[in-house]
Design a protein around this ligand. Sequence first.
Ligand code: CO
Length: 401
Amino acid sequence: MDGSELERILGRLRSGDVRALARAVSVVEDRAAGAAELVSACRKEAKRALRVGVTGPPGAGKSTLVDQMARRLRAEEKEVGVLAVDPSSPYTGGALLGDRIRMQGFEGDGGVYIRSMASRGAMGGVAEAAEDVCVVMEAAGRDVILIETVGVGQDEVDVISLADATVLVLMPGMGDEVQSLKAGVMEVADIFVVNKSDREGAERVEAEILAMQSLGAARTGWVPPVVRTVATVGEGVGELMDAVQRCAAETRGHHEPAQLRWRNGGLRLDHLGVAVKSISASKGFYEALGMVVAHEETVEHEKVKTAMLPLGESRIELLEPTEEESVIGRFLAKRGEGLHHIAVHAEGIDAMFERLKAQGVRLASDAVRVGAGGHRYFFVHPASTGGVLLEIVGDAREVGA
Ligand code: CO
């Protein structure tokens, strides 16, 4: 694909040409020649759509619900893209038959573009391919993208992580299924839907969900609401869309969507702590590497001087003892200079401290303390981590605390 052809396709996408959109999605999904250039060009100009994930066990009525959501968005004159992903089915090059069935009721309405995507097989990368398709849809001016997945496995969770808000669809008679879903999948939900709620047992499923929620520690201000729907007649869909809007506003402003929090538990590498005899003697090497000391501070109660050198999204923390009789001083005497601890950033550090303690994890701190930069932290003993001292770092102040 040369530059002028790329420009031509982009122009047609911008003008909302649905056939150009279908072709561009095929190019991207097939990873045909020029796909990478097309995606990066789309990414540059695309405005981010509201992405809504819809997932849940087979038979819960996801497709019908997605169709109703699309209908309601059309009534508000929103341009809608629907991406139905089925990682379990073999790659079919666009699953066209499925698309044709799904198009019923939207024929002739270019404001709804529906696309099915099957597994990429051994190549993996379902989520990456889905992300690329979303970007192309966004370049074509779609305001909202509904990402529907079949089933609730890890591939689906990865796909759903692209969404700003995720709807988990359940139905009456799934009491046992709710129980069996609790390991991980419940945490995916920003919003619970009890679909087919005109059937007997709706209260019971809702009660199961609420019971499950009360077990999990609320890590952020957002408490996933439970919305009852009857998708076949569109009942409750307005309430659902309101909840989606509220959730998206919340999650965009304050935290990652639920499924990202689930995938990594809200965790990321914060820094690597390196014990040194002298910061001024050691930092020269890191500066020669091109790193810069961004912050130096003495933490009196730890009897340690620290220097933070940013490294991508994490940092290297040089630790110099101010007294021999200190944690770092004793470490140097026993082991010499070297890696002292790794630090992981976590949300909800107080709850995590209590949870680990209750689980019998050996902690090396008796409480959550305040350290360099005002950040709150505690240490987990190497006996519980596979031999490395692990620091858990939270924000200076907990959200909602
Ligand atoms: Co540290």
